[in-house]
Design a binder for this molecule. Structure first.
Ligand SMILES: Nc1ncnc2c1ncn2[C@@H]1O[C@H](COP(=O)(O)OP(=O)(O)O)[C@@H](O)[C@H]1O
Ligand SMILES: N[C@@H](CCC(=O)OP(=O)(O)O)C(=O)O
Length: 269
């Protein structure tokens, strides 16, 4: 049995990726969403501050519109995201209402770090929302006003980095990143079957970067590369991040209890 971890987490950001929210057959994984609502509502009622960063707008939109493949054209992706975001929030709304919780939709862009006025406004919104007893802010990138050309000014790039930026902004203690994989491995386990799970990472060394591969499903976007960039930002701000499998969101309780699940990114190890 490995030692317990030291996890200090009064304010937590949880990021959930598309591959956790959507089955391979394009159907929404409603049992994961219901469990996530249960776990996050419990934490909030226990006095924790909780922010959810949720991907899934494009994946859910594809399901609603009956698309098999993610559209290539940017404007089409944006339209699909607009359809999916509405559906996604409706599902979250219903799931959280079971626990007498409201959800608050926050669609943000990179402007919040580039423009002081936008930064102040989003900080004020977070502060108000976090001070409410029965409300969980749910953040996604505002896909209809951002585009994915790499050099475009207002694109975050992906929700992995967005969740790290949110963690910095709200000064959270911990980012929990829920994906379709148990943690960070010595190589992409979908390609290298004997790859080993790495329990703790204190710095993003070149061999760690070299081990990171691309996304796993047709829905995921950044793979491990963007998760490492997120981890780098978290470590720079002396915060902690745990990357783990989101198939059973109750794992969040295990993480907060200090159990050695997934991969912990922390300087204090
Ligand atoms: N070193 C690695 N360790 C773990 N997973 C890896 C690694 N390199 C690449 N991957 C891939 O990254 C995928 C998770 O990223 P992604 O598909 O973008 O998920 P999400 O939708 O959760 O953001 C895994 O399913 C796996 O195939
Ligand atoms: N804003 C996009 C997020 C895309 C994204 O980063 O997805 P993922 O790699 O699943 O976290 C959406 O909601 O579809």
């Amino acid at each position: 049995m490995q030692n317990k971890r030291q996890i200090y987490a009064d304010r937590i950001v949880v990021k959930v990726g598309t591959s956790t929210l959507i089955h391979h057959n394009s159907k929404i994984n409603s049992s994961v969403i219901k469990q996530l609502a249960k776990v996050l509502s419990t934490l909030k009622k226990d006095g924790k501050d909780v922010v959810l960063v949720s991907s899934g707008a494009i994946g859910v939109g594809m399901g609603v519109l009956g698309l098999d493949q993610r559209p290539v054209k940017i404007s089409k992706q944006q339209a699909v995201a607009a359809v999916g975001q509405a559906e996604l929030m409706q599902i979250y709304n219903e799931a959280f209402h079971e626990y007498d919780m409201s959800v608050a939709q926050m669609l943000i862009t990179k402007d919040i770090i580039d423009y002081p006025e936008s930064h102040t406004n989003v900080m004020n919104s977070f502060q108000e929302l976090l001070s409410m007893d029965n409300t969980i802010p749910i953040v996604n990138e505002n896909d209809t006003v951002t585009v994915s050309e790499l050099d475009h000014h207002t694109k975050f790039g992906d929700n992995d980095q967005l969740s790290a930026i949110v963690t910095n902004l709200v000064d959270a203690d911990l980012l929990i990143m829920l994906s379709d994989i148990d943690g960070f491995y010595s190589a992409n386990p979908n390609k290298v079957p004997d790859a080993k799970l790495i329990g703790t990472i204190g710095e993003i060394a070149p061999e760690i970067v070299a081990a990171a591969g691309g996304h796993g499903t047709k829905f995921g976007t950044g793979g491990m590369t963007t998760k490492l960039k997120a981890a780098q930002r978290i470590l720079k701000h002396n915060q902690q991040m745990v990357l783990t499998n989101g198939k059973d969101p109750e794992i969040i309780f295990n993480i907060l209890a200090g159990e050695p699940v997934g991969t912990l990114f922390s300087k204090n190890i």
